[in-house]
Design a protein around this ligand. Structure first.
Ligand code: SF4
Length: 106
């Protein structure tokens, strides 16, 4: 997932070596979700392998600040980007603590 700099979180929990953390997968993509017609947006994450689905089959996206919590037992499309324990620890330092609203600087 693309790294960006935001406010920090104080969570001290560490990643489990037995789980797949979607944040550590190259299919986990960060995207901007526009708000209204202005230049404000919120950050969302999606699985570009199409694994995140609602009950009726539509694609599900998650709020960016929750992504470190998204883990599953296994995934046949998992493409790790590095050591999950290290990656999740560093990610938690940069994730916002809530669903922030951002502005384009243009
Ligand atoms: S491919 Fe699997 S591990 Fe990767 S983001 Fe999608 S659901 Fe998570």
């Amino acid at each position: 997932m693309t790294k960006e700099v935001y406010t920090t979180t104080t969570s001290q929990k560490t990643a489990s070596p037995h789980k797949v953390y979607c944040a550590n997968c190259s299919h986990c993509k960060l995207l901007r979700s526009p708000l209204g017609s202005g230049n404000q947006y919120q950050l969302r994450v999606r699985c570009d392998a199409g694994k995140w689905r609602k009950k009726l089959g539509d694609e599900k996206v998650y709020k960016y600040f929750t992504i470190a919590r998204r883990s599953i037992e296994s995934c046949d499309a998992y493409e790790p980007m590095g050591d999950p324990k290290e990656y999740i620890r560093e990610l938690k330092k940069t994730l916002p603590i809530k669903d922030e609203v951002y502005n384009d600087l243009i």
